[in-house]
Ligand binder design. Structure first.
Ligand code: HEM
Length: 418
């Protein structure tokens, strides 16, 4: 081996900020071993985990933190160069529970668990059924032969309206809020764009919380405000409250849109599997799990930090280094799913064996809601439009400009193929 080849093999793999081919990137990382060094946008280095067993073990290891302020020296407590100029800074700067560690995380998670009960999800069922049916009515009115962007015209408005119903976001505030939140996922944005988005977002959030404080309802934001304003409570400061609501909005809609988008795309490109569902030979839960495994809606989540040196068996991740779990690569780990891990197969025995909702203390609190939405939306869509098909070839579809959010920019379909 020449010296040049040796140095190429140890150079960190450069993560594409525009997420143009997440799975090819995952394969390149996996070829280096269960965990490999990568360079993120902005020149920040991180260890990326692609191995399912290692991911699960790190996600349940107290030596792994999500709090940059406590455990990432390079972050300089949010007062250094990274906070000023790193385009991905908002992923670690926010003080919500997704970035909290240890006792702080337990306190915030307990408050959310108190407000985001199983009942709150269950009561949304009739609302979701009506939303699905109304949106499909709108789509049914499309002129014959005109393509419909099923992501933009069905998955997206459904997920948005459900999260608005859950959180009690008034109709007048929705358009601005979701435009700005969508901008946050664009990991290729410039620093100026990120800063402008952040300012606008905080303005909107402050207005939302002021409104809910004046006119509380039976919704999650009101329940969180009650927890915040209750002096007896475990405490939630104002920044935590804003960031928590923001987290719910951000984590709660684009992820679900991606799940619906990929599930629809995969079923349209695998009609024999759609038939299994329509004939009752497979369940929609099987299809939902396989879609989650095959195309993890959150591909990579920035960021985690080593609290101490961590010996993974292959390498030692030094204390203070950053790491990322690549949920999209973990979902396709051949050690778990076999040599055909890249194939979509709703009958695959390991279809439930994925961690696309996370694992350990930060496991997704909205998973039951996302599953409920998908289990109501998907069967109804395919029942209403049994002749639905893709309007363009799969290789013409464009991925979202993100290495975090895994979906298509649009998913054009024809309700009735010629
Ligand atoms: C298909 C849809 C969804 C997917 C794939 C998904 C995925 C995830 C993942 C991977 C995590 C763990 C993050 C980590 O590694 O630290 C997470 C956490 C979280 N999710 Fe979801 N999510 C979905 C829907 C939702 C919904 C509908 C909501 C809220 C209504 C939600 C709220 C949250 C929150 C608050 C956390 C943070 C939990 C914590 O830090 O303790 N998610 N989600």
């Amino acid at each position: 081996m020449t010296d040049q080849t040796a140095s190429q093999r140890t150079d960190p793999i450069r993560i594409d900020p525009s997420g143009s081919d997440l799975h090819a990137e995952g394969d390149r990382l996996r070829a280096r071993g269960p965990v490999a060094q990568a360079e993120l946008p902005g020149g920040v280095t991180a260890w990326v985990v692609t191995d399912a067993d290692l991911a699960k073990s790190l996600l349940t290891d107290d030596r792994v933190s999500k709090d940059a302020y406590l455990h990432w020296p390079a972050w300089e407590n949010g007062e250094g160069e990274l906070a000023r100029s790193w385009p991905l800074a908002s992923w670690v700067a926010e003080r919500s529970m997704i970035n909290a560690y240890g006792g702080d995380h337990r306190r915030l998670r307990k408050l959310v668990a108190k407000a985001f009960t199983a009942r709150r999800t269950a009561v949304l069922r009739p609302t979701i059924e009506t939303l699905v049916s109304d949106l499909l009515d709108d789509i049914a009115a499309t002129a014959p032969g005109r393509p419909v962007d099923i992501r933009g015209e069905f998955a997206y408005p459904l997920a948005i309206r459900v999260i608005c119903a859950l959180l009690g976001i008034p109709a007048a505030m929705r358009a601005d809020l979701f435009r700005v939140v969508a901008d946050m996922f664009r990991t290729s944005a410039t620093l100026e764009e990120v800063q402008a988005t952040g300012e606008e977002l905080y303005g909107l959030m402050t207005a939302l919380i002021a409104h809910k404080r004046q006119t509380p309802g039976d919704d999650l934001v009101s329940a969180l405000i009650a927890a915040r304003d209750d002096e007896e409570s475990a405490g939630l400061d104002e920044t935590e409250l804003v960031d928590m609501v923001l987290l719910m909005i951000g984590a709660g809609h684009e992820t679900t849109v991606n799940l619906l988008d990929h599930a629809i795309h995969s079923l349209l490109t695998h009609p024999e599997q759609l038939r299994l569902l329509q004939n009752g030979d497979a369940t929609w839960d099987d299809a939902i799990d396989e879609a989650l495994r095959h195309e993890a809606p959150i591909a990579n989540l920035p960021m985690r930090f080593a609290v101490e040196d961590i010996d993974t068996g292959q390498v030692t991740i030094p204390k203070g280094d950053a790491l990322i779990i690549s949920y999209s690569a973990v979902g396709r780990d051949p050690a778990v799913h076999g040599a055909d891990a890249d194939a979509f197969d709703i009958a695959r025995p390991t279809r439930h064996d994925h961690i696309s909702f996370g694992h350990g203390v930060h496991r997704c609190v909205g998973a039951p809601l996302a599953r409920l939405e998908a289990s109501l939306a998907l069967p109804e869509l395919f029942a209403r439009f049994p002749d639905i098909g893709l309007a363009v070839a799969t290789d013409e579809l464009q991925p979202l400009e993100s290495f975090v959010s895994n979906g298509h920019r649009t998913l054009p379909v024809l309700l009735k193929q010629a």
